[in-house]
Design a protein around this ligand. Structure first.
Ligand SMILES: [Zn+2]
Length: 311
């Protein structure tokens, strides 16, 4: 029987309706993206991107030798400044995760995964220090997840406004740390997939089939305030989670989204965290009409499958 569950963190309800499931691993992954002759994110093609703003590794700017490289997005969502009062201003950058054209975040080794995540934090911190109101990072992997270039990359977007959905999420943490609360429920119900300092778990009211949340046990409101050690633990937990999702679901497209407070937010129990969303289905008329999601795999089954490594 379909069941309604409420996700306190996203503020949305989900209908868990397993009867609607086709076998999840048959879902089209649609990762493939038409490849240009030359990939602008591969080493030796640095001249194909706008001048870089940050790198780790060796070498001169816009030359090989880097491990992680950040460049302005050639097709930004926002512009650095605007003369129009209603202008969408901010910064939009691409973080090239590694020189490996084929290695998505789930395939990076420890050092590379941590390196890439530290870069994301440092770019978010940079834009907040420069006075932007809000900044965060995300990974789109695969065409249906929004990626237009196959070479694995993250994006950092800084805005001069704080989005309503971000304000609304933070407000839900006014009186309680919902991440800590959910983790207790997850532990009690066998929903933890990877344990440790930065656990990954299947949310009890997950809006997405095989969706996961990852957070460090140390509760900080802002991603940009996380220590190197905390970033490292979260990076490896996300990396391992993505590897399991990829192995079990045939390399699906996915999004990794960071949820964080911002410098002028009212202090409360907000706990920054990551959301992993395998793109196994499409939001369609029902979702747009109701604001509710439909999940065809119970979060309990998803956790069991992801822990065991078997479908
Ligand atoms: Zn490439």
């Amino acid at each position: 029987m379909p069941e309604i569950r409420h996700d306190a963190i996203s503020g949305r309800s989900v209908i868990v309706a397993t009867e609607r499931a086709s076998r999840p691993h048959t879902a089209a992954s649609a990762v493939a993206i038409a490849e240009p002759m030359d990939c602008p994110f591969c080493a030796n093609n640095e001249g194909m991107t706008p001048p870089e703003v940050a790198r780790t590794g060796q070498g001169s700017p816009d030359a090989p030798g880097w491990r992680v490289r950040t460049v302005p997005n050639l097709y930004p969502i926002v512009e650095p400044s605007s003369t129009a009062a209603s202008g969408a201003t901010g910064a939009h950058e691409v973080v090239v995760l590694s020189t490996d054209h084929l290695a998505d975040f789930g395939r990076l080794d420890d050092a590379k995964a941590i390196d890439a995540f530290l870069m994301m934090r440092d770019r978010v911190k940079y834009h907040l220090s420069a006075g932007r109101a809000f900044a965060f990072a995300f990974i789109n992997h695969g065409r249906i997840a929004g990626a237009s270039i196959a070479h694995p990359h993250a994006q950092v977007v800084a805005l001069d406004v704080v989005p309503e959905a971000v304000i609304d999420m933070a407000a839900r943490f006014d009186t309680i740390d919902l991440i800590a609360q959910e983790l207790v429920v997850a532990r009690d119900n066998g929903l933890v997939v990877i344990d440790g300092d930065a656990p990954a778990w299947s949310p009890p009211a997950s809006p997405n089939s095989f969706g996961l949340r990852v957070a460090h046990l140390t509760a900080r409101s802002q991603f940009s305030d996380a220590t190197d050690e905390e970033i490292g633990a979260v990076a490896l937990s996300i990396r391992d989670s993505l590897a399991r999702l990829s192995d079990l679901l045939g390399g699906p497209a996915y999004n990794v989204v960071l949820h964080t407070a911002w410098p002028t937010s009212v202090p409360n129990y907000m706990h920054w965290h990551a959301e992993l969303i395998p793109r196994l289905g499409h939001h369609a008329g029902f979702e747009f009409g109701t604001g509710m999601f439909v999940n065809v795999v119970t979060p309990e089954d998803a956790a069991t499958i992801l822990r065991s490594g078997r479908t």
